[in-house]
Design a protein around this ligand. Structure first.
Ligand code: ARG
Length: 579
C-alpha cells in the first residue's frame, strides 16, 4: 500500500464508522501545501447524498481522525474540506521501510501480456529521426510496464517486405550484375552496409522519376514476395547486413528488442488470410486492387478502404500489419498490442483496427492501441532536417549530440586525471540522456523543437541537470561508503517535503503506465532531482559533527538517489561516473 492509500484507508474507515459510505474517504495530496499536506473533499459529496451540511460531516470525521496517531492535525474547513497533516514519525517509518523493499515498495499488480510494436526501422534505409521517437518512447514504455508487473514483449517490426525492398534489390543487381550474386560468398562480398546506404536513396529517386525503373522495382517486389529464389536470397543478405547495423544503432541508444520480426514474417499468412476475407465477402476488387471497406456510418470523414493487394498482386504495409496481428495472437496471445508510431499514421491504424473488428479476427480479450507521437521539429517548426534540407540520419544526430555533450562535459570537468576515452563515455551518456529527457518530458502526442543547446544544458529542466544531481550525490556517498545508520524524522521543511514526495513516486509510474505516456514520470524525476538538490545544499553530510544526524542524512541521500537512479533507468537514462 502506498502511504496515501494508508491514509485513505483510515479516512474511509472514519466515514464508515460515522455511518457514511466509505467511498467518500479518498485522500489526495493537498493543493494548498501552505495549509496542509493532504486533503479529503469527500464531505462535500457526502453532504449531497445524505442531505446534511458538509461542515457537519467534516467535523464528525475530523473528530474520529484526530484520535489516530498517524495524523498530527486534522481540520474541518469551510465549506467542508478536511485538511490533513501526518506525524513525522509515521512518515519517517514509511520512508525507512521503502528502502528495504524491492522497487521501493512499489506494488506490482497486473499480469497482462503486452506487445509493444516500436522502432519500426526499415531495412536498407537509414534510420531517421522519425524512428528515433518511436525507439525512445517505446523502450521507456516497455520498461515502465515491466516495472508494473506486466509481461512485455518488444517487437521492432521491421519494414522489410514492401516496395522499398524491390528498389534495393533492383539497385544491387544493377551495380553488381545478377550473375555475380549467385552464391552466398558473392553476396557477402558485395552487399555491405555502405553499399546499402547508397543504394536505396539513389534507386528510389530514379524510380520516382522513371516509370520503367519503377515497374522493374515493383516486379522485383512481387518476385521477392514469392518467398524463394535468387531475389529472396539477395533479400536475405540485405536483411542480415541491415539488421546488424540496426542493432548497433539501437544499442547506442540503449534500446533493445525481444523480437526482431518484420513485415516479411507474415509471408506464409497473408495469402490464406486474404482468402478468408474474400470468402467472408469482406474483400473485393476495386480498380484492380483488392480492398476491404472499413468505414462506418458514424465516421466523419469516412475511413478510406483498406488495401490488401495492389493491382499487380503485391501485398503491402496494410496487409502485413493485419497478418501480423494474427501471428501475434497465435504465438503470444497478448491482452494488448501497443503501437508506438508517428501520429501521421493514425488513419492507417484506425483502418487496421477496424479491419480486425470487421473480420472478427481478434480474440475477446485482445486490445489494440495506437500510442501515436508528434514530430521532432527544427527551429523553423518543420520536421527536423539536415542543414542541406535532407532527412537527418539518426547516426549523424547522435554524433552531433555527443559532440555538444563533450564540449559541456569538458568545460565542467576541470581535473586533468580524466582520459579522453573516459570523457567520451561520459559525453555519450550525457548526450543520450539529454535527448531522451527532452523527448520524454513532453507528452508523446505533442511536437517539440530540437534545441541541442537547451537539451544539453546543465541547468534548467534537462537530462544533464538530473544526471549531474545524481553524480554529485554519488560522489558524496562514495566518500562515506562504510557508514550505515538509520533515517531519523525530518530535520526541517525541505526534508519533510522530500519524504512526502518520495512516497508519491508510485503514482507517477502508474500514471505513465495508464496513459502510455512517460512524461508524467519524467516530470516526477525532475522534481525529485530539484528537491534532492535543495536538500543536500541545506544539509551538509561530510562536515556534520553529530554522528546520528550525519548517518540519517547519508541514508536519506542513499534512499532518494537510489530511487532517482531506478526511475531514470525506466526512462532509459544512465547516470555517468562523473560530470
Ligand atoms: N516501418 C514503418 C515506418 O517506417 C513503421 C512501422 C510501425 N509499425 C507497424 N506495425 N506498422 O513508417
Amino acid at each position: 500500500m502506498t502511504f496515501r492509500e494508508q491514509l485513505t484507508e483510515k479516512v474511509k474507515r472514519a466515514f464508515a464508522d460515522c455511518g457514511y459510505d466509505e467511498k467518500f474517504g479518498m485522500v489526495t495530496v493537498s493543493n494548498r501545501p501552505d495549509l496542509c499536506q493532504y486533503q479529503c473533499n469527500g464531505a462535500l459529496a457526502a453532504a449531497k447524498t445524505y442531505k446534511k451540511k458538509p461542515m457537519d460531516i467534516a467535523n464528525e470525521i475530523a473528530n474520529v481522525l484526530q484520535a489516530q496517531d498517524i495524523f498530527s492535525s486534522v481540520q474541518a474547513c469551510p465549506p467542508g474540506f478536511l485538511n490533513l497533516c501526518v506525524t513525522d514519525e509515521a512518515l519517517t517509518a514509511f520512508v525507512r521501510n521503502m528502502g528495504t523493499q524491492p522497487q521501493y515498495g512499489f506494488e506490482r499488480q497486473p499480469q497482462k501480456t503486452i506487445m509493444i510494436d516500436y522502432g519500426g526501422a526499415n531495412v536498407a534505409k537509414s534510420l531517421h529521426v522519425g524512428h528515433l521517437r518511436s525507439a525512445i518512447i517505446g523502450e521507456t514504455l516497455k520498461r515502465i510496464l515491466r516495472y508494473c508487473g506486466h509481461t512485455v514483449i518488444g517487437d521492432v517490426h521491421l519494414g522489410d517486405w514492401g516496395l522499398q525492398m524491390g528498389i534495393v534489390i533492383c539497385g544491387i543487381i544493377e551495380q553488381f550484375g545478377l550473375e555475380n550474386l549467385q552464391t552466398e560468398a558473392d553476396r557477402a562480398k558485395h552487399i555491405t552496409i555502405s553499399v546499402l546506404e547508397k543504394t536505396y536513396p539513389a534507386k528510389s529517386k530514379e524510380a520516382k522519376e522513371n516509370e520503367t525503373v519503377m515497374a522493374e522495382c515493383k516486379r522485383l517486389t512481387l518476385e521477392l514476395q514469392k518467398g524463394e529464389g535468387i531475389y529472396f536470397d539477395i533479400w536475405k543478405k540485405v536483411l542480415e547486413v541491415s539488421v546488424a547495423d540496426l542493432k548497433r544503432n539501437y544499442g547506442r541508444l540503449g534500446v533493445t528488442f525481444d523480437l526482431w520480426k518484420g513485415e516479411s514474417d507474415t509471408r506464409d499468412v497473408t495469402d490464406p488470410m486474404i482468402q478468408q476475407l474474400e470468402d467472408k465477402g469482406l474483400a473485393y476488387l476495386d480498380d484492380g486492387a483488392l480492398v476491404m471497406d472499413v468505414t462506418k456510418e458514424t465516421d466523419n470523414p469516412p475511413l478510406p478502404p483498406f488495401i490488401l493487394r495492389k493491382t499487380d498482386g503485391a501485398v503491402l504495409y496494410s496487409t502485413t500489419d493485419l497478418a501480423t496481428i494474427l501471428i501475434r495472437e497465435k504465438e503470444y496471445d497478448p491482452d494488448l498490442i501497443l503501437y508506438v508510431v508517428d501520429n501521421r499514421q493514425s488513419t492507417h491504424f484506425k483502418q487496421l483496427f477496424r479491419a480486425v473488428e470487421k473480420a472478427g479476427m481478434a480474440t475477446e480479450k485482445l486490445n489494440l492501441m495506437f500510442a501515436g507521437f508528434g514530430t521532432m521539429n527544427g527551429a523553423d517548426g518543420k520536421p527536423y532536417k539536415t542543414r542541406e534540407g535532407g532527412v537527418m540520419r539518426l547516426e549523424d544526430l547522435l554524433n552531433t549530440l555527443e559532440q555538444e555533450a563533450f564540449k559541456k562535459v569538458e568545460a565542467a570537468i576541470t581535473s586533468s586525471e580524466i582520459t579522453e576515452e573516459e570523457m567520451q563515455k561520459i559525453a555519450h551518456k550525457v548526450g543520450i540522456g539529454a535527448l531522451k529527457f527532452a523527448d520524454l518530458s513532453n507528452h508523446r502526442s505533442k511536437d517539440y523543437v530540437f534545441d541541442i543547446e537547451k537539451f544539453c544544458s546543465f541547468e534548467g529542466k534537462t537530462g544533464p541537470y538530473i544526471q549531474y544531481s545524481g553524480v554529485r550525490i554519488a560522489s558524496i556517498l562514495n566518500k562515506v561508503q562504510d557508514l550505515k545508520g538509520e533515517i531519523l524524522p525530518p530535520e526541517g521543511d525541505i526534508q519533510r517535503e522530500l519524504f512526502l514526495f518520495l512516497t508519491e513516486f508510485p503514482y507517477a509510474v502508474q500514471q505513465s503506465a495508464a496513459d502510455f505516456a512517460p512524461n508524467t514520470l519524467a516530470e516526477y524525476v525532475y522534481a525529485l532531482a530539484v528537491l534532492l538538490n535543495r536538500y543536500y545544499h541545506e544539509y551538509k553530510v561530510i562536515a556534520e559533527p553529530d554522528l546520528e544526524k550525519k548517518l540519517s542524512r547519508i541514508e536519506t541521500l542513499r534512499l532518494a538517489s537510489g530511487l532517482l537512479e531506478q526511475l531514470l533507468d525506466l526512462l532509459g537514462i544512465e547516470i555517468p561516473e562523473r560530470m
